[in-house]
Design a protein. Sequence first.
Length: 466
Amino acid sequence: MERGPGMYQARVIICDDEVEILRYLNKILTAQGLEVEIFTSGEALMRVLEHRALEESDLLLLDVKMPDVGGLEILQRIRELKLNIPVVMMTAFASINSAIEAMKLGAYDYVTKPFPKEKVFGILDKVLERRELLKENSALKDELGKSAPSGHLVYSSEAFRQVYEMAVQVAQSEANVVILGESGTGKELIAGLIHSMSPRREQRFLSINCATLSDTLLESQLFGHVRGAFTGAVAHQKGLLEEANNGTLFLDEVGDMSPAIQAKLLRVLQEGDYIPVGETKARSVDIRFLAATNKDLEEEVRQKRFREDLFFRLNVIAINLPPLRERVEDIEPLARYFLGRISQRMKKEFVNFTPEALHIMRSYAWPGNIRELENAVERAAILARGTVIIAENLPVWKSVAPEGARGGERLCPLEVVEREHILHVFQKTGNNKSRTAKILDIARRTLDRKLEEYGVQAAPSDPADP
């Protein structure tokens, strides 16, 4: 690849006791517009390390063997200080052992002198590409990580009002909270509410689903790992524990966590520290834990599938979310809220549900809870031909049957059936009143009165009867 002056905007530090290698690297790097700082001894570089000034640089080219302080000793100090700078080791004496040792200490790469300039620029390209990716990831995490899950708590039931008030009350404490409830009841939304009203609201809210990851991946995601900790660990990775320090970490489906991960998590709650995969030194953290599960954790403890000591550490406060079938009063306001959101997204104004549609939704048991209700409303909106959601737009649920019905048959009052039939024909005719009245074999004035009762407007082009 042909490079011109000014192609790079980066700062490179070189530490080597060989004058010729310093001249060579300084010449080829400055020719590309790079800012270069040179150290002729390891001791001089070590003095700068203590002031952490290296973090302002993009790459350190470091000689392995120097008469005063060697490169591996400097690399060890960089690791101890947790300085965030890629280090490429240079040596005139290639050695497998020294290369392995350098990689264990966190070196980005290892090159043998003499090396062509293409090798240097190839490494630099990768380092700068990695720098930009890290910046983008950091910006994205800052944008998303401080915000708890967005969403509105829509309710009118006494059962959910008690849940809301308890969440607000415990938010002010530092207590760990377990949120219990069936799938789809809004556990993560309650966790977000607790974080957003807590003293940690300005810090990060991060979450992880413990049921969707293997043990190895879950451990790596939670605790992080160092380069070379396992096959495929080609770079250092921060874990969620480090990312959520001083903030809140939400452990969704914590009941599915394996005993091995439970034991490691218990240490974090007891001691306030953890050890990344592949390291030996513990790191301190200050995190508030919120956990959720659809399992009966007390039964899991009795069956020896969940650690009792971890249960008590997490379960300082327990909040039980009632299933939707136990808060029937919330079905209609939730359905209207979802319909309003879907209207905006589809750029189509939906004005109402028919009484039979509402009756069906209130009669259904909702095993999938609020998540299932939202999906059902979205499906109905997609299938609706007009601006009113009718019963036929909803999924067919065999379990919907008012008391006294047989075989899942929908039994409704006569006026409900009449309303549904009139609106169904009205939609089929493209909202044409004249054609609708003719099909129904009723007077146009009667249809006008019925539609006015239903809150339905006629199409502007629909002619009136003489």
